[in-house]
Design a protein. Structure first.
Length: 488
């Protein structure tokens, strides 16, 4: 069956909860990948700055937040490589499998290789593997729906519930293992989770049919040598920059933010000037630009769960539960609780409303405004000293995080597949993840400005600026909707 976006490949007519059967496999593999990713990320920052006697590496706290933010940004930067390899070489379906395998190797390295060597090898592998898996799993899901299918937003919201099931159980269990047995056991548990995800993906691979089996824009044999040469040249430049000291652990987040910003601009230019992109597709790419910026602003605050708010949880939150001190990593599991509860509600709501649902730019603006409001809700607890912020109070704030995320993130995944030019399917999804990566690395940059003494100013400014960005997106709704060329 053909539509504006190209041929849609549906493996069979079987459905689950009214959605294509292939959703179940992608739901599962993404759940376990996010279990391993967020489980590792939940304890990573503590591993970096805890003292040697506490099992950590003893790095300065500001350096630890920089590494964590930069690493998260690099994961999403790697999606462009995963998207390019899917579009030009291997196809999306195979890239999901290979990406998951490399992720598992990375977690094993963190579990068994000591010191910064294990951190370096492990984080590089997880970044590359997650980049390959994330862009292509979401793109594969988009291939199971036709353009204009009102079930798509609901399907992506269910898919997003799988992400958050993994995000809930990952930090919960790795945080417990870290407290009871040590950091390396927590990293090992993340490796086991990814292994389970790979196993179920292989067993139920047939549910995807032929979707994503072949590259959408195959690279000619004559161009492969040139592409390999460019890849080697980029690798040489990266190594040279690292060894010259231009990039340090302390400024890694700032450099990563700049690199992703430049790469994003370059990608927009490529898509807007490519002769393979039709005029209607070019207009849709232009419509994506303000959504890209709004998404980056949203994640600049949200991803502070793993930088500034991770430190806040360790130093300012009271985790005493009936005399037992719960792991500070559990703050990462508070928000997914609400996502798990609310995702089915949002999925049913979008499916029932169909074309009567608010326009995508309005959903985006509400999500960004909500994220700003969530930061303002920390203000009543700001300024006190010691561990005075109750975990239950922060759990309430995480409800606002969750509602904001459901208004923006699954909708962003869905609309990206709809706005993508036919020859840039997986790479367009990679560009979406660039915006997430830009916000994630920026979360590491912003975390350097946080201190308990300046909490009121920090939460207030971050929240107010983000609300203004959301209002601007709402004002641009008519222009964005017009350029979306019929995509709702």
């Amino acid at each position: 069956m053909s539509d504006v976006a190209g041929t849609v490949e549906r493996p069979e007519n079987r459905t689950v909860f009214g959605h294509p059967i292939g959703l179940t496999n992608l739901f599962g593999v993404e759940l376990w990948e996010r279990f391993s990713y967020y489980g590792m990320l939940g304890i990573l920052i503590y591993y970096l700055y805890y003292s040697l006697t506490d099992g950590g590496l003893g790095l300065p706290q500001a350096t630890a937040t920089s590494i964590t933010g930069a690493y998260g940004g690099l994961v999403y930067l790697a999606t462009v490589l995963g998207g390019w390899m899917a579009d030009r070489l291997l196809g999306m379906e195979r890239m999901v499998f290979y990406g998951g395998f490399v992720v598992m190797i990375g977690h094993i390295a963190l579990a068994v290789v000591p010191g910064m060597t294990g951190v370096g090898v492990g984080l590089v592998c997880v970044a590359l593997g997650s980049g390959a898996l994330k862009a292509n799993a979401s793109s594969l899901l988009g291939r199971l729906y036709t353009t204009g299918d009102p079930r798509a937003d609901g399907g992506f919201t269910l898919f997003y519930m799988g992400i958050n099931l993994g995000a809930f159980f990952g930090p919960l269990l790795t945080g417990f293992f870290q407290i009871e047995f040590g950091f390396h056991y927590g990293f090992g548990l993340a490796a086991v989770g990814m292994g389970l995800g790979l196993g179920q993906y292989v067993v139920f691979r047939r549910n995807l049919g032929t979707a994503g089996r072949e590259p959408t824009n195959p690279l000619p044999d004559a161009a492969r040598v040139k592409a390999a040469g460019i890849g080697v040249a980029i690798l040489v430049v990266v190594v040279a920059v690292l060894f010259t000291g231009v990039v340090t652990l302390a400024n890694l987040a700032r450099v990563t933010t700049g690199v992703i910003a430049v790469a994003s601009i370059a990608y927009f230019v490529v898509m807007l000037t490519s002769k393979k992109v039709e005029p209607v597709e070019r207009a849709r790419v232009r419509a994506f630009i303000p959504l890209f910026i709004a998404n980056a602003a949203f994640w600049s605050l949200f991803q502070q769960l793993f930088t500034m708010l991770a430190v806040y949880s360790d130093e300012r939150m009271n985790w005493n539960i009936f005399g037992w001190q719960a792991p500070p990593a559990w703050i990462q599991s508070e928000e997914p609780i609400w996502i798990i509860l609310l995702a089915p509600v949002f999925a049913a709501m979008w499916t029932k409303m169909g074309t009567r649902a608010p326009a995508t730019p309005i959903k985006f603006s509400l999500g960004v405004i909500g994220m700003g409001v969530a930061f303002l809700l920390f203000l009543p607890m700001a300024g006190s000293t010691g561990k005075t912020s109750p975990a239950l109070a922060v759990l309430g704030i995480m409800l606002v995080f969750a509602i904001s995320e459901l208004l923006l993130s699954p909708i962003g995944l869905s609309v990206t597949t709809k706005l993508a030019p036919a020859t840039f399917r997986a790479q367009m999804m990679a560009l979406y993840f660039f915006s997430v990566g830009l916000g994630t690395s920026n979360a590491g940059v912003l975390a350097k400005f946080y201190s308990p003494e300046h909490e009121f100013a920090y939460f207030g400014l971050c929240g107010a600026i983000t609300i203004v960005i959301g209002v601007i997106v709402a004002a641009l709704n008519p222009w964005i909707s017009r350029h979306m060329q019929g995509v709702h």
